[in-house]
Design a protein around this ligand. Sequence first.
Ligand code: GAR
Length: 217
Amino acid sequence: MTKPRVAVLISGRGSNMMSLIEAAAAPGFPVEIAVVISNRPDAHGLARAQACNIPTRSLDHKAFPDRAAFDAALDAVLEEEQVTLVCLAGFMRLLTSGFTQKWAGRMINIHPALLPSFKGLHTHERALAEGVKIHGATVHFVTAEMDVGPIIMQAAVPVLEADTPDTLAARVLAQEHVIYPAALRLVAEGRARLDGARVAIDEFEITPPALVVPPAP
Ligand code: GAR
């Protein structure tokens, strides 16, 4: 049986992309990573995907007159590649509402914060500045508004007294790599269903929809 074809969209180093590629390589994972697309031709993740024999496409956003033209080209690539699910993995570009509507329920994103806190950029710096004691990452369905959308899975990590943005980012990133493949599996298997503004999780047996990672000893 052929598996649903997933596109992973990146802009940079692609560590979350790698976590999806590695998960999908395991027997029994319900999707195939069909293509990796970057809006930056120099994204390091492109070479990493190629090293795993995943087809890549580069769509330089600077070559398009506006967001609508870029999104139309992106949509054309997704159709051409017969993609049914899209994973944004460090894809640092706003998408038009037409595009997000077309892919509603079929496009997910990972964000390095416990949404709805700390939408946008520099989440780790802002978490430290606010003095929060718990931080984390969220996988959610993409809607027209940036970093807003029904939450599929979250991981929470402690914020330690000695943390810098880099040490906190590393702790969060390790959990991103756990929850993104797990959330993709739930969506692909039809076990994470959109239910209005929230996500209903069916028959949850394998990984909890929320991970709470204990502080380091
Ligand atoms: C990740 O931390 C991801 O959560 C974040 O960018 C990083 C990309 O790293 N995404 C966002 O901030 C989107 N709002 P990666 O390229 O190594 O996966």
